[in-house]
Ligand binder design. Structure first.
Ligand code: ATP
Length: 505
């Protein structure tokens, strides 16, 4: 391959490209595909599970390793049913839905309006978009469902399938899945699959505070599955019925929540940028509809191929959740703060802490990472008459989250080169996830690794047998560097280290 490379031209990729790439290269499969799948449920394949685990580990360490005052838990999915009464999910965890009478398709009323606003925004009608969203927020806050329907009619929104505006009334639809615990199925045995991980944190607030000897302000982090019977399953793993959340509840002294909200808002945005989501593809979006107890709420949105959409929510939730649990459980959820209040000269004393929450979906983050990494570029290879231009697909994943860190290629399947390749593999496998590939031409092997985002390929040739050096080929630049085998560990280690991300936080 020539080292003279023309600058790469990137092509706009669509969600369909991402979905087929994810399936073909072992990242994401439709669930139970042999039975034609199950709507809005997906399985992660061999490369997908590695990428997802790496993203989760990055989040976990950024929370619990970089902050002495953030500790983790792993709460059960099933919780006492009163949990969901206290949190408001039994009575209020619903989305406004609307059906089109001609196509029989069901939609989320707020999503129809948001899509309309996005259309205005795309056409440069920013003020019109903002007015529409504000009006929607007002109607939803007032729970004026007839008003929401009227707004849909006024905006002349039609069903994309039937192309008509023949709509039913707007109704609320509870998103929680329920099941029965024990052998007898009656109302008393009804339990829910948690629709968010946060409540497992709230009900353990005092257990954690005491056992981990934490002082307010401190946080509790958790990664786990959540379940929502989403009305409309669309956009691949963006909206699933079974998904994974990474949530952190940060408990603070009342009155300090504003500062902490700002701090976490900025910290979380920096985290996404450090991972490789570019600043111009991220934005903050303040909530149009604020829950009655909420002080502030903002979404971090990423520009997916289908537009800017939420990947993470940051919420200032007051003492709502802990107070609700205190009321229903009749167990005090108070903290005694013995720091001295300069205004009174006495300890702050007992209070129910306020909470600032950061909540990011592991699957949405995965999708954003994949969309960002997936690129098609035009490259020129060879020299003189042999020069040719072709398209290359690759995943420009941050090396720290790539499923495989390096692939080792013996140039030929003889002369002891495979043995040498395996020797290198064995000397590095404790540190990195590696593969040895012998099959096909070296160019084909490079291509295969580019497609799954492997940052380095190590070629073992006849010179290696003489002087213990190898050629390291870089995924993004396709440049090749000759180096001693003894330097591989520190060279790869430096590139794939999480510290390179943490330094930017
Ligand atoms: P949306 O408005 O898109 O339904 P939400 O505001 O209800 O999302 P939250 O309750 O704030 O979402 O949940 C926090 C995070 O969990 C979201 O930012 C998202 O990343 C993730 N999440 C929520 N619902 C889903 C889902 N159905 N599939 C995948 N991820 C989800």
């Amino acid at each position: 391959m020539s080292n003279e490379q023309k600058p790469a031209a990137t092509a706009e990729s669509t969600l369909a490209d991402i979905v087929s790439h994810a399936k073909e290269y072992g990242f994401v499969f439709p669930s139970s595909e042999i039975y034609d799948g199950l709507a809005a449920v997906y399985d992660y394949g061999p490369n997908g599970v590695e990428l997802k685990n790496n993203l989760k580990q990055l989040w976990w360490k950024a929370m619990t390793q970089l902050n002495q005052n953030v500790v983790g838990i792993d709460a059960a999915i099933f919780m006492h049913p009163l949990t969901w009464k206290a949190s408001g999910h039994v009575d209020g965890f619903s989305d406004p839905m609307i059906d089109n009478l001609d196509s029989k398709k069901r939609y989320r009323a707020d999503v129809l309006l948001e899509d309309k606003a996005a259309e205005y925004e795309k056409n440069g009608e920013i003020a019109r978009a903002e007015t529409l969203l504000a009006e929607m927020g007002r109607l939803l806050t007032a729970e004026d469902l007839a008003g929401v329907k009227q707004l849909i009619l006024d905006e002349q929104i039609i069903c994309p399938v039937s192309k008509t505006g023949n709509w039913t009334d707007v109704r609320q639809f509870n998103l929680m899945f329920s099941t029965q615990v024990g052998a007898v199925a009656d109302d008393s045995s009804k339990i829910y699959l948690r629709p968010e991980t946060a409540q497992g944190i709230f009900v353990n607030f005092l257990n954690v505070q005491k056992s981990a000897r934490q002082k307010v302000p401190f946080g509790i982090a958790q990664i786990g599955k959540a379940f929502r019977n989403e009305i409309v399953a669309r956009q691949f793993i963006f909206r699933m019925r079974e998904f994974e959340q990474m949530e952190m509840q940060f408990f603070v002294r009342p009155g300090t929540e504003g500062e902490w909200y700002q701090t976490w808002k900025e910290t979380r945005r920096r985290w996404h940028e450090a991972l490789g989501l570019p600043a111009d593809k991220l934005r903050f979006h303040d909530h149009d509809k604020l829950a009655h107890y909420a002080k502030a709420a903002v979404d971090i949105e990423y520009e997916f191929p289908f537009g800017f959409k939420e990947i993470e929510g940051i919420h200032s939730r007051s003492d709502f959740d802990l107070t609700q649990h205190q009321n229903l459980s009749r167990k005090k959820q108070q903290y005694f703060d013995n720091d001295i209040n300069p205004e009174t000269g006495k300890p702050y004393g007992n209070y129910v802490p306020y909470v600032v929450e950061t909540s990011v979906g592991a699957d949405r983050l995965f999708l954003a990472t994949l969309c960002q990494a997936y690129q098609e570029e035009t490259i020129t290879e060879g020299e003189g008459e042999k020069q040719q231009t072709k398209t290359r697909k690759l995943l420009r994943l941050h090396p720290a989250v790539a499923p495989i860190k390096a692939a080792i290629f013996p140039l030929v399947k003889k002369d002891g080169l495979p043995d040498k390749a395996n020797e290198i593999y064995n000397s590095l496998r404790h540190d990195f996830r590696l593969v040895v590939e012998e099959k096909d031409s070296i160019g084909t092997r490079y291509t295969r690794q580019d497609l799954i985002g492997t940052p380095f390929c190590i070629a073992v040739d006849h010179q290696t047998l003489e002087d213990n050096t190898v050629t390291v080929r870089h995924r993004d630049s396709r440049e090749q560097t000759r180096m001693p085998i003894s330097e591989l560990r520190s060279y790869i280690g430096e590139a794939v280290s999480l510290s390179r991300i943490f330094e930017k936080l």
